[in-house]
Design a protein around this ligand. Structure first.
Ligand SMILES: NC(=O)c1ccc[n+]([C@@H]2O[C@H](COP(=O)([O-])OP(=O)(O)OC[C@H]3O[C@@H](n4cnc5c(N)ncnc54)[C@H](OP(=O)(O)O)[C@@H]3O)[C@@H](O)[C@H]2O)c1
Length: 182
């Protein structure tokens, strides 16, 4: 990690960010760099809530950047999310983003190709969810969470992951279910 300090000292980079680290590696980064850790980017969404990693970001004051914040479109099919979206007349993507942004230190990097979708997603910054809805979405996490990136590498969006998460919430091991999907 000291190589990053050198890059900062030489003004080749402004800040240091890392990606796909676990807590041990994040500790190593925080402990062994003179520069403060600026950001950690990792898959985070309502099906993979990453409480431990977000707690680490809050304690050590760096940004937790949620990539694949829609679980590659899968959060758009979760019934809790679509119900909240319908009730408040906003999009399911906005509900997913607002829920993530309600957590301290969390920012999101969504991907959308169409201009309309980009506008809708961008507008989520001005929205808020009340505590009841925030808690409702917290309940969508499986026992160990479910990775959309691992489960659906290269496949088209469908509702299988959300369905599997429903089973995961019913007590079946989410990791085992995810493996069956691949
Ligand atoms: N650091 C890493 O290891 C890593 C790994 C994976 C991803 N990422 C980053 O994370 C970012 C996003 O992740 P991602 O692409 O995996 O997943 P994502 O943002 O969770 O989902 C992208 C999908 O959501 C759809 N979408 C976005 N807004 C929508 C809306 N308003 N209505 C309906 N559908 C909508 C997109 O549709 P369209 O296709 O029609 O636009 C696309 O199919 C990317 O910029 C990527 O670089 C980083």
């Amino acid at each position: 990690m000291s190589a990053f300090d050198e890059l900062v000292d030489r003004k080749l980079i402004d800040h240091v960010g890392v990606c796909n680290f676990d807590v041990d590696l994040l500790d190593e980064a925080v402990d062994n760099m003179e520069s403060p850790l600026f950001a950690h980017q990792i898959e985070t969404h309502p099906l993979l809530q990453q409480d431990e990693l977000i707690g680490h970001a809050q304690e050590n004051d760096y940004h937790h950047i949620a990539y694949s914040p829609l679980a590659r479109s899968n959060t758009l099919y979760i019934s809790e999310i679509t119900e909240i979206a319908e009730k408040h007349d906003i999009s399911a993507s906005q509900v997913s983003f607002v829920w993530l942004l309600s957590r301290e230190n969390v920012t999101v990097v969504p991907k959308a190709t169409g201009e309309d979708q980009i506008r809708v997603d961008f507008a989520a910054q001005d929205l808020e969810l009340d505590d009841e809805n925030v808690e409702r979405i917290r309940d969508t996490n499986g026992p160990s969470g479910t990775s959309a990136v691992t489960a659906r590498r290269g496949s088209k969006p469908d509702r299988r992951l959300a369905d599997f998460c429903f089973h995961a919430r019913s007590g079946v091991d989410a990791v085992r279910i995810t493996r069956r999907l691949v």
